[in-house]
Design a protein around this ligand. Structure first.
Ligand code: CA
Length: 200
């Protein structure tokens, strides 16, 4: 019996060793991770255009007549905060010139526009600043009551409009009025203004 027990133990030992040897080695899969963030930066853009020419015709009287016409300023921007639109003369000379003859810039301002003085010119944006709520084209109006502001020199641009959202072809109508009497020479009196649109 004792010999038999030993024999069984040996067998068990052998079997145990054998089991360890032949047991299949299961190789566990291993892994690691790495994250990458994609940053696509969409930059702000803005564009502006205007009518490029505003024609005003006057057939004066001794007491003076007012004629006016409008410009359309169009702005687009992808900036969520919108944009700021300013107006100024393109240079320091604020006259409408015809050779050495001049039509001077009106003394009214954006905040306090007034009717045009003799042989002056100005601008208006309906509903902005102190301007009236609406403007329409005038033609040789001898009894005009419309109110205007002088276009400031290039170094002192006037803010016409401030928006707070993205804009797609947002338009601003800017009126230009001229008053002329018979004391000034005939001719084409010209000057250039500059609109600047800046993202907020
Ligand atoms: Ca000028």
């Amino acid at each position: 019996m004792k010999a038999s027990l030993v024999s069984k133990q040996k067998i068990a030992a052998v079997v145990a060793v054998f089991a360890v040897v032949v047991s299949p080695a299961v190789a566990s899969a291993v892994s690691d991770t790495a994250n990458t963030t994609i940053n696509a930066t969409v930059n702000p853009v803005i564009s502006i255009s205007s009518s490029t020419t505003v024609a005003v015709s006057l057939t004066p009287t001794a007491g003076g007549v007012v004629s006016s016409n409008s410009d359309t300023v169009t702005v687009s921007t992808n900036k969520n905060n919108g944009y700021n639109l300013t107006l100024a003369n393109s240079d320091a000379n604020t006259y409408l010139d015809s050779g050495t003859d001049t039509i001077t810039a009106h003394t009214g301002t954006f905040a306090s526009p007034t009717t045009l003085g003799a042989n002056t010119w100005g601008y208006a944006v309906a509903g902005a600043g102190g301007f009236s709520g609406s403007y329409s084209a005038e033609a040789d109006n001898a009894s005009s009551t419309t109110i205007w502001a002088g276009v400031p020199a290039s170094g002192s641009p006037q803010t016409l409009k401030t928006t707070g959202t993205k804009a797609t072809n947002d338009t601003t109508t800017v009126w230009y009025g001229v008053k002329a009497d018979t004391t000034i020479d005939t001719g084409v009196y010209s000057d250039t203004v500059t609109y600047t649109a800046t993202t907020n």
